[in-house]
Ligand binder design. Structure first.
Ligand SMILES: [Zn+2]
Length: 340
């Protein structure tokens, strides 16, 4: 066996000296370490594949002692759900090459190992992680469905909740980090649904007016507390402020807490009405928030769609913005509606 010897500066024969590698990260591993020695000068040589094998023996022993997940366990996890290394890495939110390295024998930390074992055992936990990755756009819809099908055998566990996909979609479209356009609040979809159900239980609620109810509630909340209630972003449209990208369409189709009905009017136009199912839960609202909501509900309850639209047109947030422009919550400092 020959290898380049840097001391002799030439190819030289070498032999293997077997030694015992005693300790790794404070654990007594006591594994054989093969050390190549130049036959001519007697110096230790560094030969990559021998080094790798030494390291793997150390890792394997350490893994055994510390009960760390093995490469074959990780491969089995991927095979179970038919996912690639890249997909698993994205689901877990690990660094790009992490799973690849673990499968090639590198050691995960004890906590990562424990976590991998947990999701291997607990499908619900794994599915939660998959959902998270999907909502955060780390994995595709296709990957998401593939795993969900593998776990539920084509039967979605969310089947009882046909709002599930819609909610994921709305959140992916509307959830933004706190900023001046969402009133420094991250969208809370559960809260929003309860709020809509509550308003609809008090007034005859048309879809067009819903936008203004929510906008006034959020603006007043911002005026009083420097934070909005729903976390929605609104834009200037012809008849007043509306939820950005017209996502009130999707929001109105969520049907756990309320029901949307489209009725054709005599002139052929469609009027959408939202009816409460009465099962709203206000426990996540503070007293101050409910006070603001009730104030807006009472103020607008006896007004027509047109009158509510006109009220919104008096506000600076509408006057000082152009069509399709996002409306900053800074305009909440001066609200005409508070003086009416
Ligand atoms: Zn040598």
């Amino acid at each position: 066996m020959k290898h380049y010897c840097p001391y002799c500066n030439s190819e030289q024969d070498y032999y293997i000296d077997k030694r015992i590698f005693k300790e790794y990260k404070g654990v007594n591993v006591n594994v054989v370490e093969n050390v190549p020695i130049c036959k001519k000068c007697g110096n230790e040589l560094i030969i990559n594949n021998i080094e790798d094998e030494n390291l793997k023996r150390v890792y394997n022993k350490y893994r055994e002692i510390k009960n760390i997940i093995t490469p074959s366990e990780i491969i089995a996890l991927r095979n179970k759900y038919n996912i690639s290394q890249r997909e698993l890495t994205a689901i877990l939110g690990f660094g790009k090459m992490t799973i690849n390295r673990y499968e090639n024998g590198f050691l995960p930390s004890k906590s990562q190992s424990d976590y991998l074992r947990l999701i291997f055992k607990d499908e619900c936990e794994f599915l939660n992680k998959v959902n998270e990755a999907y909502v955060a756009n780390r994995i595709s819809r296709k990957t998401f469905s593939k795993i969900e099908n593998a776990i539920n055998g084509g039967q979605s566990i969310y089947e009882h909740d046909n709002n599930y996909e819609l909610k994921l979609y709305i959140e992916s479209e509307l959830k933004t980090s706190p900023n001046v356009f969402n009133g420094f609040k991250v969208l809370d979809l559960d809260k929003l649904q309860n709020l809509i159900s509550y308003i609809a239980s008090k007034v005859k609620l048309y879809l067009t007016s819903l936008n203004k109810y929510l906008w006034f509630i959020d603006m007043i909340s911002y005026n009083k507390r420097a934070v909005s209630i729903t976390g929605l972003t609104y834009v200037h449209e012809q008849y007043g402020p509306v939820i950005i990208n017209r996502k009130y369409e999707e929001i109105s189709k969520l049907n756990e807490k309320y029901k949307r009905e489209d009725k054709e009017k005599n002139d052929g136009s469609i009027q959408s009405v939202i009816t409460s199912k009465g099962n709203y839960d206000l426990s996540s609202f503070s007293n101050k928030e409910i006070e603001i909501i009730d104030y807006v509900v009472e103020l607008l309850s006896n007004k027509s769609v047109k009158e509510i639209s006109n009220l919104s047109h008096k506000e600076l947030g509408w006057k000082n913005t152009e069509r399709f422009e996002k409306i900053s919550f800074e305009y909440a400092d001066n609200l005409t509606i508070l003086n009416s």
